[in-house]
Design a protein around this ligand. Structure first.
Ligand code: HPA
Ligand code: ZN
Length: 344
């Protein structure tokens, strides 16, 4: 493979690579067109006349301003079929970009708090996962996120509600508004989740207050398997060394970062790779940030000069830190190697 490729050939290279996504919020995949269809089906008012007008109102500049729009928009999700349709749309879209494996977050409390049953949410999502595996050839697993601004008791209730569906959920995460909601608030919930056999991850969003304290709590107190975002770990060499030594994956979301903190974080991703940290590339909330997996990788090429070797390292990292069996991991790494061999 040439070290410098034309933009067109690098796009083609990115598009055909077999890829994995590890940080995508299903509710963040709700495209405006589907929101309008669900709003009409359910008789919910969206407050905008067209999908274009809805997109024009996406003026987020930080995490809270994004979350306000994100929670409002998901009010169209009411029935099992709605959750199916949203999940099916994401899996179809991401499969069309050669993403073969995904770990997808969902936010049950954002629905149960509106009177939608946990069962409704997970049954709809799961049915789409099964159908997409059979018909589209895309494998996926679910990661249940707790909303960190809600009390730990609510997270614990949600964890208990999930237990009958333990076989459908691979891990738990922590998302939403990080300000004044540190990881340690959920220590008991995550200890119980670990005891139940769930894998553990938590958001340490970019440029949050007390970010290094939060990352330390993830490493030392919660003992996470992965960290979502985690870009600010670069501010502490000891934290970087520990993340590298423990092989903890960091699920970075460049296009999301460009929206929320006005920085694609290309330099930061390069530094992570140079330090041996397992950085991965992800879309976060692709319907809102207007970019799925390939658009994230292409943005790294176009705006930060990433070439094929670095793109390949990032894609390989995703399969390496995915919550897969060793047999499935080898299968996907084999597909990646085959595709690279065909590109020489
Ligand atoms: N950060 C925190 N919470 C979220 C995000 C995010 O990027 N997306 C959806 N919920
Ligand atoms: Zn996220």
């Amino acid at each position: 493979m040439q070290s410098q490729q034309t933009a067109a050939s690098l796009h083609a290279f990115i598009e055909q690579l077999p890829k994995a996504e590890l940080h995508v919020h299903l509710e963040g995949t709700l495209e405006p067109e589907l929101s309008f269809a669900l709003a009409a089906r359910n008789g919910v008012a969206l407050g905008h006349d067209t999908p274009e007008a809805l997109i024009a109102a996406y003026n987020f500049h930080d995490l809270p301003s994004f979350l306000t729009i994100y929670y409002k928009a998901m009010e169209v999700l009411l029935t099992e079929q709605d959750f199916f349709d949203m999940t099916w749309a994401y899996l179809s879209k991401t499969r069309s970009q050669n993403v073969l494996y995904c770990e997808m977050f969902f936010d049950p409390q954002a629905h149960t708090s509106r009177g939608v049953a946990f069962d409704t949410v997970i049954q709809g999502i799961h049915r789409a996962q099964v159908q997409a595996a059979a018909e589209l050839g895309v494998e996926s697993q679910l990661v249940m996120c707790f909303l960190r601004e809600l009390p730990a008791e609510s997270a614990m209730q949600t964890l208990l509600a999930s237990l009958p569906y333990k076989d459908w959920i691979v891990g738990v995460g922590l998302d939403s508004d990080e300000k004044n909601n540190p990881p340690i608030k959920f220590a008991e919930v995550f200890a119980r989740a670990r005891a139940e056999g769930y894998r553990l991850t938590m958001h340490c969003d970019v440029n949050q207050q007390n970010t290094l304290v939060h990352i330390r709590q993830c490493l030392d107190d919660i003992v996470v398997d992965r960290i979502d975002h985690g870009v600010n770990s670069l501010e502490d060499p000891e934290i970087c060394a520990e993340i590298a030594r423990r092989g903890i994956g960091l699920t970075v979301c460049p296009v999301s970062n460009r929206f929320v903190v006005q920085n694609l974080t290309g330099d930061e991703i390069r530094r992570m790779l140079a330090l041996g940290m397992k950085a991965t590339i992800n879309s976060d909330d692709p319907a809102y940030f207007r970019g799925y997996m390939n658009e994230n990788l292409i943005a790294l090429h176009e705006d930060a000069g990433f070439e094929a070797a670095e793109i390949t390292r990032l894609v390989r990292n995703s399969f390496e830190v995915a919550w897969l069996s060793e047999a499935r991991r080898s299968h996907y790494l084999g597909l990646l190697d085959q595709s690279l061999a065909a590109n020489i």
